[in-house]
Design a binder for this molecule. Structure first.
Ligand code: GDP
Ligand code: IMO
Ligand code: MG
Length: 425
């Protein structure tokens, strides 16, 4: 089974970091394929909390090789901070982390553009993480980006930076009323990053393809979630990359036929950070209760996450578009104290059921969720690691979700720690 792809099935923060860390023991390499430091993947090992933004969540297993693929947009300062933090906490990173020379860089001007664009949008803002993600992917598509490999060719780098800055400075000065970015300062900044990145830059596509030829097992770690995918998500309230399974192929440079498993990470309820439609959102009562019980505050920005019941229309959609072979259901323990647990099984508009995810996702603002109410279990599932130890109603809840979304739940997570996990394989 050479490549297993991990995707988020909802709006991000499903617990991908915990599951990737837990599965890393079984593979040789872990590779991130899209997104940037907008991601915040939490891993808890021996009670110690690690929040990874760019480095794959497999890095805490000493001896495993980790890759940041060409599809990721790399903020070098964030990456270096993360490397230094891990090394400071006793994990060697050099020699087992490789970053694609083809990955595009995020510079301070991308973050300025991100924040200025959001401010100018006013009430129409996306609610981005402000990490420069949209502007960096826009530069990549417009062929104005600077790639890691360019850092090691100073003359060419200056040409790239000049091309990138021309339209930005026009926008910054004329539209956003800000100072232009000085080209000398920008080039100097890029060259300063080259010093530290030189140890990590590599042709990671080739590295991964060689590993596949040698029958190595690779875990491809997605960021964000399918509903934040730039094509298949709740556009325009999405991130700027392919957070669905295809992102792994393009973002790592590996053949699609190597993918043998697609594991969707689904939270036992739903959360979302930032703006955009969210049919099962509960703004009062059980919503704030879920936030408190689940500790639902952003791992990157600290923003409170919007919370609501499990949405099986979203779940089924994610299973279909990603060809999901199995599901990891996380945070089941957060539902322990609820007497009743509604599950959204369909959407309705004016009393008429839609029966599917609407093609026009702006309708998600207008739909009423159709709920089926499951009985709670009112017992602790925290840290349970055997399926048979789960209360009967918890097993019923799991079974009903499997039926509704159309895939088997082979992993159930019952806590933050590695061993608070039930494996059903
Ligand atoms: P990611 O972005 O998908 O990696 O998810 P985040 O790390 O942003 O958010 C998930 C949060 O839930 C983190 O604080 C995890 O430590 C925590 N978590 C993961 N799985 C479980 C679980 O099964 N139960 C509980 N209570 N917390 C969990
Ligand atoms: P992980 O990998 C949850 C959201 C932002 C915003 C939208 C666009 O931890 O699951 P961006 O900065 O990407 O341009 O913001 O996407 N967003 C996330 N929400 N988890 C994430 O990552 C996210 N990354 C981006 O809140 O709504
Ligand atoms: Mg997160």
């Amino acid at each position: 089974m050479p490549v297993t792809v991990i995707i988020g099935a909802q709006w991000g923060d499903e617990g991908k970091g915990k599951i990737v860390d837990m599965l890393t023991d079984r593979v040789d390499m872990v590779a991130r394929y899209q997104g940037g430091a907008n991601a915040g993947h939490t891993v808890v090992v021996d009670g110690e909390v690690y929040i990874l933004h760019l480095i794959p969540s497999g890095i805490l297993h000493t001896g495993k090789v980790c890759v940041i693929g060409n599809g990721v947009v790399v903020d070098p300062e964030a990456l270096i901070r993360e490397i230094d933090e891990l090394e400071g906490r006793g994990f060697s990173v050099k020699g087992r982390l490789f970053v694609s020379s083809r990955a595009h860089l995020i510079a301070p001007y991308h973050k300025i553009m991100d924040v200025a664009g959001e401010t100018a949008s006013g009430a129409g803002k996306i609610g981005t993480t402000g990490r420069g993600i949209g502007p960096a992917y826009a530069d990549k598509a417009a062929r104005l980006g600077v790639r890691i490999g360019d850092l090691f060719r100073p003359d060419y780098l200056r040409e790239r930076v000049a091309a990138a800055l021309a339209p930005k400075n026009a926008l910054l000065t004329h539209l956003y009323g800000q100072k232009p970015v000085d080209i000398d300062e920008a080039v100097e900044w890029y060259l300063a990053q080259a010093v530290r990145l030189a140890d990590y830059a590599a042709d990671t596509g080739e590295l991964l393809r060689h590993a596949l030829r040698d029958d190595k097992e690779i875990l491809a770690e997605g960021a964000q979630g399918s509903m934040l995918d730039v094509d298949h998500g709740t556009f325009p309230y999405v991130t700027s990359s392919t957070a669905t399974v295809g992102g792994a192929v393009a973002g790592l440079g590996i053949p699609p036929m190597e993918i043998k498993r697609v594991i969707a990470i689904m939270k036992a309820y739903t959360t979302r950070v930032g703006e955009g439609p969210f049919p099962t959102e509960l703004t009062e009562g059980d919503g704030p209760r879920l936030r408190k019980l689940g500790g639902e505050f952003g791992a990157t920005t600290g923003r409170p996450r919007r919370c609501g019941w499990f949405d099986a229309v979203v779940g089924r959609y994610a299973v279909e578009i990603n060809g999901v072979s199995e599901i990891a259901l996380t945070k089941l323990d957060v539902l322990d104290g609820f007497d009743e647990i509604p599950v959204c099984v369909d959407y309705a508009i004016d009393g008429k059921r839609l029966g599917r995810m609407p093609e026009d996702m702006s309708l998600l603002d207008k739909v009423t969720p159709v709920y089926e109410t499951m009985k709670g279990w009112n017992a602790s599932t925290t840290e349970t690691d055997r399926y048979s130890d789960l209360p009967e109603n918890a097993r019923r809840y799991i079974g009903r979700i499997e039926e509704l979304v159309g895939a088997k739940i082979s992993i159930v997570s019952t806590g933050k720690a590695r061993d608070a996990t039930i494996l059903r394989w």
